[in-house]
Design a protein. Structure first.
Length: 362
């Protein structure tokens, strides 16, 4: 039986009511903060253990994921006699696009899929082979996120419950979860911007400086980006705008949609995108960093007028097995930020050579 065929017999109203109960409970629940993984696990525990939601939501802990449930896969959902759709929070560990494709098919491409493969020892960066990130970026049913903090992860899960089960948006949300704690509270306007793909965290250094860069980071890589901003200020008197980007893919998709609309409606007022609104008004170089392959951050290139340097796990060590790639370190981010300024004629090229010597880079 095709799991997706069951949705034709499912009623929508109970799913809306269940999602509303989940939202009310999670919004009011005490959130101690912490890593994205621990935050989502706490949310899952809250939904499972509270009598108001325990029977209204499916919390599935798949193969190898953090054990707290008797379910080992989502298949019991489809063979259950209960054909009413419920909010689904599926905690799993998928290290390849084939495994993730199977999980997606298992859930009929509905729900909130949370992958903790990054927390396990693996020869692959982020615990997944390069095809997984490309599958996410090019799957129109999927809206992928790579949260840097627990606050971002919580905001994304709440957004998913609202959009999928109350508003009736098709498809599924995907979260890559890591267990590195990086405390960052979100103001309401930051939370809204994060769900659109990026938000400004801070200005590092005097905003009046003529030497400036924009540093973008996603997921666990954001910690290295933040460290690079401090090094640029301390060692080179270069100011930075620091941005967290939970979803490069959402940014690129919205920018592509705005570009397409403008092309088809040349006589009407132009549409702009969240990416363009965030980075407008400056020609400062943009350094976009991801723990996935460089292609994930490269998605932004067609929609930026400023110089873009995209960095990923495959940006270095090209002479080695790509499985041994790693998240770009703060030292390399600094060097390439300096090079982008040198290419723009704002710094002498000797600064780049000096930086490589100072930071012990080959």
């Amino acid at each position: 039986m095709n799991p997706s065929s069951l949705f034709s017999t499912r009623t929508v109203a109970p799913a809306q009511q269940a999602a509303q109960a989940c939202l009310e409970l999670l919004r009011n629940a005490h959130n101690p903060g912490g890593s994205p993984l621990n935050t989502v696990l706490e949310m899952a525990n809250t939904l499972e253990l509270d009598r108001r939601t325990a029977r209204q939501v499916w919390v599935v802990r798949g193969h190898g994921a953090q054990p707290r449930s008797t379910r080992i896969s989502a298949w019991p959902l489809w063979f259950s006699t209960d054909t009413t759709e419920r909010p689904l929070l599926y905690l799993h560990r998928s290290s390849s696009s084939a495994q993730l494709c199977a999980v997606s098919a298992e859930t009929a491409a509905r729900g909130i899929l949370c992958n903790d493969s990054e927390t396990q020892a693996s020869p692959w960066p982020k615990g997944a082979d390069p095809s997984l990130a490309l599958w996410l970026a090019h799957n129109p049913q999927c809206l992928p996120f790579d949260p840097a903090t627990g606050a971002e992860a919580k905001a994304i899960v709440l957004e998913a419950l609202q959009r999928l089960y109350i508003d009736g948006q098709p498809g599924f949300y995907y979260l890559a979860l890591h267990d590195h704690e990086l405390h960052q509270e979100l103001a309401p306007e930051q939370r809204h911007a994060a769900l659109q793909g990026m938000y400004k965290v801070a200005d590092i250094g005097a905003p009046t400086r003529d030497k400036r860069v924009r540093l973008l980071g996603a997921g666990r890589a954001f910690a290295q980006v933040r460290a690079a901003a401090d090094l640029l200020e301390r060692d080179w008197s270069v100011a930075s705008q620091l941005w967290s980007c939970p979803s490069y893919t959402r940014l690129a998709r919205e920018a592509a949609a705005a570009q397409r609309w403008n092309r088809l409606h040349p006589a009407e007022e132009k549409h702009d995108s969240h990416l363009q609104r965030c980075l407008a008004g400056s020609s400062a170089p943009v350094i976009a960093v991801t723990g996935y392959g460089q292609a994930v951050a490269e998605q932004l290139r067609p929609y930026l007028q400023a110089r873009l340097v995209a960095l990923g796990s495959d940006s270095f060590d090209s002479d080695r097995d790509p499985r041994h790639g790693r998240c770009p370190e703060a030292r390399w981010i600094v060097v390439l930020a300096l090079k982008s300024l040198a290419d723009a004629g704002q710094l002498p090229r000797q600064c780049v050579e000096q930086a490589m010597q100072i930071y012990g880079l080959p």
